[in-house]
Design a protein around this ligand. Structure first.
Ligand code: SAM
Length: 135
């Protein structure tokens, strides 16, 4: 299976799929952290337009996608039941124990360290979409 992991510089998900024997590639505006030759450095949009992938996984920058600011909306605001539901679901996540990524202090590359995919998440993607179990 030919896999594109778009917006990934860490190579975590790419490596997980390659270890399973898939023809996996990562693509990011940044160079690959691991210097892999299975990384396309550049804009993923033309790569996607070219096609030829059986599976595409994307980790786009979240500043325009995240709903973390929704916590500031008034509870019970009429007309937005789905948003309220999403806020309550998100707030329940705050009960979870913070990971090391969330405890990182300020630094120029904090965003990058915080956005690196956990290896276990990469393995779970392979488990779910790779067609075979991985250990
Ligand atoms: C939230 S981070 C995801 C990091 C990823 N989870 C990892 O482990 O490397 C978003 C990434 O998207 C990349 N990016 C943003 N726009 C892009 C584009 N048009 N094409 C390719 N990569 C892009 C950024 O450089 C950044 O590394």
């Amino acid at each position: 299976m030919r896999v594109l992991v778009a917006c990934e510089a860490s190579g975590v998900v790419r490596r997980a799929f390659r270890e399973q024997g898939q023809d996996a590639w990562s693509c990011d505006l940044l160079p690959a952290d691991d210097g892999s030759r299975y990384h396309i450095e550049g804009d993923c949009v033309p790569v996607l337009a070219e096609g030829g992938f059986d599976l595409v996984i994307m980790h786009p920058s979240c500043q325009f996608l995240a709903v973390s600011g929704n916590a500031h909306y008034a509870r019970g605001k009429p007309g937005y039941p789905k948003r309220i539901e999403a806020i309550e679901w998100t707030m329940a996540l705050w009960e979870l124990t913070p990971s090391g990524q969330n405890k990182l202090g300020p630094s120029p590359d904090r965003w990058r360290k915080r956005s690196e995919t956990y290896a276990g998440v990469g393995a779970a993607m392979v488990h779910q979409w790779g067609g075979e179990d991985v250990t």
